[in-house]
Ligand binder design. Structure first.
Ligand code: FES
Length: 178
């Protein structure tokens, strides 16, 4: 992607439109400081916080506004696991794979979720309801093994509890969002 400035006003306007006012302002502050490249991760976090994930258009717009090569921006976005490059599902399932949960069978719970949903780590179910991620420790080791769905902790989870749990959230997904 070119970052030449002959059509800069149009490029800048398109990038601003893609990212919105707040993020544009944030990036302007990053550029005004020392070593704006070092703020790239912060800028990407802002975009993900607002849009839920980073798509190609967002990454191009960040590259344009920060004047950083697009290849570097997408390289950073794909390197770090906390950046999501695809839309997340309605519910985020985090299965704790920390030591306490692992020894209590988190891997069996994970295999059940994976087989029920037909997806693997980092993926979203085809109906857009669930995104599956792993976590190191959710801080509730006494309830191991633990599965967190959005901000709700489910403790002492066993593989046979997974189908009714997923069903409960599937039903929730069909309720109108407030
Ligand atoms: S190891 Fe799973 S909650 Fe701590």
């Amino acid at each position: 992607m070119s970052t030449t400035t002959d059509n800069w006003p149009q490029v800048e306007a398109a990038a601003q439109e893609s990212l919105g006012k707040d993020i544009t302002r944030f990036i302007e502050q990053c550029r005004a400081g020392d070593e704006p490249d070092s703020r790239l991760i912060a800028a990407l976090h802002e975009v993900q916080a607002q849009y839920g994930y980073l798509d190609g258009e967002h990454l191009d717009a960040v590259a344009q506004l920060m004047q950083i090569p697009a290849a570097k921006v997408s390289g950073v976005a794909s390197f770090y696991h906390f950046f999501r490059l695809k839309p997340r599902g309605r519910f985020m399932i985090n299965i704790c794979m920390g030591t306490a949960c692992y020894v209590k069978g988190a891997d069996r719970v994970a295999r059940k979720v994976i087989s029920e949903l037909g997806i693997t780590w980092g993926e979203t179910s085809s109906d857009g309801v669930f995104t599956l991620e792993g976590a190191r420790c959710l801080g509730t080791c006494g309830l191991a093994p633990v599965v967190m769905i959005d901000d709700q902790i489910h403790g002492n989870v066993t593989p046979d509890k997974i189908p009714p749990l997923l069903e409960k959230y599937l039903q929730k997904a069909q309720e109108p969002q407030r």
